[in-house]
Design a protein around this ligand. Structure first.
Ligand code: RVP
Length: 496
């Protein structure tokens, strides 16, 4: 037995000290891009993300819709593996089908359907626009579009037909197949439409171009796309069925895989990474984890992992620490692993990025995690709050709007998995709620603005510089007490 001399600490126990801010340090100069996968020192990572955020490998968090929204703002999603292989592969394929700028027409309705039915479909599919075809299928003849702005139940009857309120094809400006995204965006602006249908020579709808996507692109300009301009997406895998799951996910087009386990310091992970290297060389990218110390990092880096995920027990819905007595304060885990990553790069000439996974409660914790040297962050609770996450919205006792959020180790996740994983003897996660926070892009924009602002105060215009120059200090318990008293005095309402 060994007792480590230091106390393990979490993000909230640290604050950053400002460094000199000079005239070159302005928000538009701050580059938040990060390497996602290993690369030789001095070279660019073959996959970089402009926004250093990835979504957690969780059923309550990552869905094709969230993956598209996150890739649009420069991050990346990992679709969860707690489901049958074909379903996960289908999710990956949905994201890859959805070309940046050109949306696919997956939600359709017949002209004879009622507005009530259209409303249900709009809410269920969470699409802004649905496509009217003669038979209500994607292969039917394109007749027009209907959006939630085309009807209002104070003015229109739920039983009125879709036909009575849709925007008919005859009134729409459309573009021919083969139109470039630039041309399509010009047509969108010239026509003053919110949506531009792209049709083939037979009048069949092939894609939709939406004004909102254009605006997002203008705001972020840094979508995560592959060489064919398809959105990038990741997928979780496990050490049980990887020999079957990996080929299916690769076939579906997954850009990067990640082993999903609360304890990744295992020979099983090493075998799964070896399987990928032997079968695919470097053409398939795979992250591994989670680990909390330098030994775990080196083991997975030596095994060939493309990135190493750090964190045990820090997740907001995680009870691994209570159940198994295993875990480590996330800040302390990074403080040990980041120097190990840098030493590994020095020794082997290979930089293996570190992903800090879990435990981000406030946006400021992201700045602290990055200051500790994490390359990018994996977030569950943060993304579960948005429209695009797959979990249902519910109303809380105080009338506030909440979204359900449950751990992958909770009984709920295991029950939802519906495929043989053996009996669950104890839970490692709980089932809870988070405050609903609207559209992902709106909140990410605010978060990134805060992050840039922190980096400017710390005199950094890149994450690499931030890693090297950030000055952190642990704060006393008394400081926390003061902070929380202040919040109570102000009696701030919960933001929903
Ligand atoms: P958070 O962002 O704090 O909500 O944490 C998300 C992380 O929590 C996930 O990426 C994963 O590592 C961990 N997790 C997910 N499910 C469970 C569990 O059931 N214990 N833990």
């Amino acid at each position: 037995m060994r007792i480590l001399p230091e106390t393990s600490r979490t993000f909230g126990e640290y604050l950053l000290l400002p460094n000199l801010t000079d005239e070159t340090c302005t928000p538009d100069q701050v580059d938040l891009s990060a390497p996602l996968v290993r690369h030789p020192v001095g070279q660019q990572s073959p996959i970089r993300i402009a926004t250093p955020m990835v979504s957690a490998i969780m059923g309550a968090v990552s869905s094709p819709r969230l993956a598209i929204a996150l890739a649009q703002v420069g991050g990346l999603s990992f679709l969860h593996q707690n489901q049958p292989i074909d379903e996960q592969a289908a999710m990956v394929a949905t994201v890859k089908r959805h070309k940046a700028g050109f949306r696919h027409n997956d939600v359709n309705i017949k002209p004879s359907a009622t507005l009530h039915e259209a409303d249900l479909l709009i809410n269920e599919s969470r699409q802004d626009v649905i496509v009217v075809t003669d038979d209500g299928t994607p292969s039917g003849r394109f007749l027009g579009l209907i959006t939630s702005r085309d009807y209002n139940f104070h003015r229109h009857q739920p039983n009125d037909s879709v036909q009575s309120r849709m925007l008919p094809l005859a009134d729409l400006v459309t573009a021919p197949r083969g139109t470039s995204l630039e041309q399509a965006n010009s047509l969108l602006w010239d026509s003053r439409q919110d949506v531009l249908p792209v049709l083939d020579t037979t009048g069949q709808l092939t894609a939709l171009v939406q004004r909102r996507d254009y605006e997002l692109h203008e705001q972020f300009r840094t979508e995560s796309v592959d060489d064919d301009k398809r959105f990038r997406v990741g997928a979780g895998i496990n050490t049980r069925d990887y020999q079957d799951r990996i080929p299916a996910l690769v076939e579906a087009g997954a850009d990067v895989l990640c082993l999903d386990s609360s304890d990744g310091f295992s020979v099983w992970q090493q075998r799964a990474v070896t399987f990928v290297r032997e079968r695919y060389g470097d053409t398939v990218r795979i992250g591994a984890g989670n680990v909390v110390d330098a030994r775990g990092f080196r083991y997975l880096a030596d095994a060939g992992a493309d990135f190493v995920k750090v964190g045990i027990g820090g997740g907001s819905i995680c009870i691994t620490r209570d159940q198994k007595g295993i875990g480590r304060g996330q800040a302390t885990a990074l403080a040990e692993i980041v120097p190990a990553r840098d030493a590994y790069a020095e020794k082997t000439d290979m930089y293996v990025p570190v992903c800090s996974d879990g435990g981000i409660i406030h946006d400021s914790h992201m700045a602290v995690a990055l200051a500790f040297g994490a390359d990018f962050l994996m977030l569950g609770r943060y993304f579960a709050r948005f429209d695009e996450s797959p979990s249902p919205k519910v109303r809380g006792a105080g009338g506030q709007i909440l979204k359900e959020y449950w751990g992958e180790g909770s009984a709920r996740a295991r029950n939802a998995a519906r495929y043989g994983q053996g009996d669950m003897v104890f839970e490692e996660g709980v089932d809870g709620y988070v405050n609903y926070s609207g559209a992902l892009a709106d909140s990410v924009k605010v978060t990134l603005t805060k992050l840039r602002s922190t980096m400017i105060s710390c005199g950094s215009t890149s994450l690499r510089q931030f890693h090297e120059t950030a000055v952190l200090e642990a704060v006393s318990q008394q400081t926390f007490v003061q902070n929380s008293e202040e919040v109570d005095r102000n009696d701030r309402p919960t933001v929903v």
